[in-house]
Design a protein around this ligand. Sequence first.
Ligand SMILES: C[S@@+](CC[C@H](N)C(=O)[O-])C[C@H]1O[C@@H](n2cnc3c(N)ncnc32)[C@H](O)[C@@H]1O
Length: 341
Amino acid sequence: MPKRARTLSVALLSLAGASALLAPPPAAAAPEWLATPEAQLRAMRRIQCSEVDGEPAIYYWQGYAYSRVAGEPDKTLFRVEGMNIRACGPLANAKSPADFRLVSREILLYEDPVTGEVLREWPNPWTGKKVTVVHVANDPVNGPIFSTFMRAYSSINREAVARHSVFSGPVKILDLGGGDGDLSMAIATHHPEAQVTVADLPVVIERTSQSFSSHPHASRLQTVGVDLLQDPLPGGYDIILCAHVIDILSPEEISGLLAKARAALAPKGKLVVFTPVTSDHGRGPLINSLMGIYFLALARGKGRFYSTRKLREIAADCGFKAFRDVPLPCDEVLLIAEKGG
Ligand SMILES: C[S@@+](CC[C@H](N)C(=O)[O-])C[C@H]1O[C@@H](n2cnc3c(N)ncnc32)[C@H](O)[C@@H]1O
């Protein structure tokens, strides 16, 4: 299994442990035990490993692996069974007493879905060829888990989004919560007239500015340090992009941010939201419901995955109009709206 997919599966399987946290979202502020970045790190550590440095924690899982190919029904490919042993300890150059380093080792076996027998060979149903099965043996898989996982997750549809024609022409784009700037760099690469500014927390922006400085399109990549929830946004942009950001916010925070975003847009400006979504009836897909718990429990104690309908409703209440949504693989969507008059 490629390393990115492996990291994703580790992070998702950890959600099984978090399922006991399935509860309605907090109505007001985060509870005290999740109120600060340090408290959130401690909560993350409690889910990931022992609070005692060096003490091992063991995970075991079993399930089925399915194919997902556009236009085909999913196929059951394997039964899978795995275990992971991990320990946490101090982080070199820690900035807070809650910082920690996680090291884990992991195996996962691919098994016959009917008999449960460990597979040595497997007939690939698409090519008809028999291939040797390479089981997963990661030694070690190191954290930091969340940022690695988020980066891998964000990359699934990054290229498709970056190529979209909404970014064509001489447009000024503000990428809210743009993080490491991976999507902004991809947009600048595909659209030679686009100028992209990443807006993120000052501590994140320091790193992003460094990677922009050596990028071939550095002259069209800028950064600005802002707290999206507290500070005003810089104005005069043709496009405000929210990529994997809406899902860390409560509905009230989304309204506040989109109202500020609308004010920061030029008269014919557009809002572009790239995000995982649940179905409009709110009962799936399973993976996004589980991921929503992860965001609700860990990311900030407020976010979750929303349906396209809910996002349209919130954006329409902020004055946005003429919605278009482009469905993307893996239950993500690109929602485009106009500032309107
Ligand atoms: C899940 S990441 C998404 C990063 C990137 N847009 C992507 O698609 O991969 C969320 C981003 O929002 C930023 N963020 C969270 N709260 C913020 C705030 N209050 N002000 C500014 N940025 C914030 C985080 O620093 C992080 O870079």
